[in-house]
Design a protein around this ligand. Structure first.
Ligand code: SF4
Ligand code: SF4
Length: 258
C-alpha cells in the first residue's frame, strides 16, 4: 500500500520551525515509517513540484516569486498546514509593514534595484486556502506530529487556541505575573508551547499569537499597572506577531493614544 505523502516548504523565515521538526528525533523517525516525505530541503529530499497529500509551509510571503510558488504548492496538495508565526501572521519580518520598506532597502543596500521585496510580509492564508494553522516562534514539533497522526486516522486535527494561562494552571506552574510582577502576555496568548517560559520563571512574550477571545485592552491596562510605559506596552503587542489582527489593533490603539 502506498504511504501518504508529505512535503515541507520554506518561504521567508529563519528555518526554526523546520528545525523544531528535525529536532524531534525519534518521533520523526517513526513518522517517516508512516509517510513518504518527498520534499524537505533542510532534511535532504528535494522535489518541490511533487503532488502530495499534506503540504507543510514555513515562512511568510515576501517576494512576488513567493506568490507563484505558493499557488503551485496549493494546487499540488490535498491538505495544507502552515507552521510558525511567519506563515500564520507574517512573522517578525512583518514589522516592516509599519515602515517604508523601499526607504529601508535604499538605506541598507548598495544596489537596491536587485532586491525583490514586497512592501508587506504576509501570512500564507492571505493568498491561498489554509486547512490548519500551527502558531509559535518556533512551533512545538509535537504539534506537527499530532496533526499528521490525526490526518492518518482520518480525523481533522484539533486546533489549540486556549490561553497560555490555562496551560500554567494545568501544569501547576507558579504565575510569574502574580508572584514576580513580570509583564506576562500569557492571558492573551495562544497555548501550544506547554507554557514554556513561565515554567522556567520568565514572562511569556506572545510568540504563539493571539488566543481565542483575547481581552487585549485589559492586558494593556495590566501591563501599564505593572509599570510599563505606553511605548513598551505597544511593543509587547507589535512584536513577533505584529500583523495578527488582535495584537496589531491593540498595539496601534496604544501608539495612537501616546
Ligand atoms: S505566568 Fe503568565 S501565562 Fe502563566 S498564569 Fe501567570 S500570567 Fe498566565
Ligand atoms: S510562553 Fe509565550 S513566549 Fe514562551 S514559548 Fe510559550 S507562547 Fe512563546
Amino acid at each position: 500500500m502506498n504511504k501518504p505523502t508529505v512535503a515541507v516548504h520554506k518561504f521567508s523565515s529563519c528555518d526554526g520551525c523546520q528545525l523544531a521538526l528535525l529536532n524531534l528525533g525519534e518521533p520523526l523517525l517513526v513518522l517517516t515509517d508512516l509517510v513518504d516525505i518527498l520534499h524537505f530541503a533542510e532534511a535532504g529530499p528535494l522535489d518541490e513540484n511533487a503532488k502530495v497529500d499534506i503540504a507543510i509551509i514555513e515562512g511568510s510571503v515576501s517576494t512576488s516569486h513567493d506568490i507563484d510558488r505558493l499557488t503551485k504548492i496549493r494546487d499540488n496538495s490535498t491538505y495544507l498546514m502552515t507552521i510558525g508565526a511567519c506563515a500564520t501572521s507574517g512573522g517578525l519580518q512583518a514589522l516592516r509593514n509599519m515602515a517604508d520598506t523601499q526607504q529601508w532597502i535604499a538605506d541598507i543596500y548598495a544596489n537596491p534595484a536587485v532586491i525583490d521585496s514586497l512592501d508587506n510580509s504576509t501570512a500564507i492564508k492571505d493568498h491561498v486556502k489554509v486547512d490548519l494553522e500551527l502558531w509559535g516562534c518556533p512551533i512545538n514539533g509535537r504539534q506537527i506530529v499530532m496533526a499528521i497522526r490525526a490526518l492518518l486516522f482520518g480525523v481533522l486535527p484539533v486546533e489549540e487556541h486556549d490561553k497560555v494561562c490555562m496551560e500554567c494552571k494545568r501544569q501547576q506552574t507558579v504565575c510569574v505575573m502574580v508572584t514576580k510582577n513580570e509583564p506576562c502576555m500569557g492571558p492573551v496568548t495562544r497555548t501550544g508551547c506547554g507554557a514554556l517560559c513561565p515554567s522556567v520563571g520568565r514572562d511569556c512574550y506572545g510568540c504563539y499569537g493571539p488566543a481565542e477571545n483575547p481581552n487585549t485592552q485589559a492586558m494593556a491596562n495590566r501591563l501599564q499597572g505593572l509599570g510599563l510605559i505606553k511605548d513598551e506596552v505597544a511593543r509587547r503587542f507589535l512584536f513577533i506577531n505584529s500583523a495578527a489582527d488582535a495584537f496589531h489593533q491593540q498595539g496601534l490603539r496604544i501608539k495612537e493614544a501616546e
